[in-house]
Design a protein around this ligand. Structure first.
Ligand code: 13P
Length: 251
């Protein structure tokens, strides 16, 4: 019912040559992947080159962030329209690294999500609790706050352009994946919360991805969970063979 999404967040890695080489190696390894949407999110400066390299393939492109204004005196920012112009169909918004290091709040995340959807992009909207919050039993409170804040003012139709990525901060880059059960529990809570906000039918359509130390070895178990609809992959997306193995999880 929900087509799985496997997305690679390259973070601050890969120069132009390295990025083009990576997608060049990846494309033949995933060309037979059926019933899965494949997305990679390179740094802004290489988007144009990667867009050319993936043209005609089943690999789509995402920006790693965007600003909420389309243009203006905003030094250093990139707008939704500019991402589209560079070949992106998607954008990641609200990644925990942006919340942690660059002052993103639920409010800025919300403004960005609305602008991105208005600009014709699909959004990979990231949420997730820190270890401290999990240990204080605040996981659900945090997820609910991030969901309702990030999606404030978003209509039911607009929500069809949103993919939620649950990324527990303690599992990102640590090698410590959430167990299948822990991830499923959070995903089920997220779907229930979305159902409360926008109705069951809409919530049942939304893809919810898991992110945090996803590897070829743990993707199958995660994907077997009823509310896990894909993965947002960091480290393991930087190599063609490991990312392809994750994309081809069903094979
Ligand atoms: P890792 O897969 O390296 O843990 O990163 C996850 C992530 O932050 C994807 O956005």
């Amino acid at each position: 019912m929900r087509t799985p999404v496997i997305a690679g967040n390259w973070k601050l890695y890969k120069t132009t040559g390295e990025a083009v080489e990576l997608v060049g190696n990846l494309a033949p390894l995933v060309k037979h992947a059926r019933d899965v949407e494949i997305i990679v999110a390179p740094v802004f400066t290489v988007l144009g080159s990667v867009a050319k390299a993936v043209a005609g393939s089943n690999i789509r492109l995402a920006g790693q962030d965007c600003f909420w204004e389309e243009e203006g005196a905003y030094t250093g920012e990139v707008s939704p329209g500019m991402l589209r112009d560079a070949g992106c169909s998607h954008v990641i918004i609200g990644h925990s690294e942006r919340r942690q290091y660059f002052g993103e709040t639920d409010e800025t995340v919300n403004r960005k999500i609305r602008a991105a959807i208005d600009g014709g992009l699909s959004v990979l909207f990231c949420i997730g609790e820190t270890l401290e919050e999990r240990e204080a039993d605040k996981t659900f409170v945090i997820l609910k706050k991030q969901l309702s804040g990030g999606l404030a003012g978003i209509t039911r139709e607009q929500l069809d352009s949103v993919i939620v990525a649950y990324e527990p901060v303690w599992a990102i880059g640590t090698g410590r994946t959430a167990s299948d059960g822990q991830a499923q529990e959070a995903h089920s809570f997220i779907r229930e919360t979305l159902s409360g906000l926008h109705g069951k039918e809409t919530a049942d359509r939304i893809r919810i991805l898991y992110g945090g130390s996803v590897k070829p070895e743990n993707i199958k178990g995660l994907m077997a969970q009823p509310d896990i609809d894909g993965a947002l992959v960091g480290g393991a997306s930087l190599k063609a063979d490991s990312f392809a193995a994750i994309v081809n999880f069903a094979g």
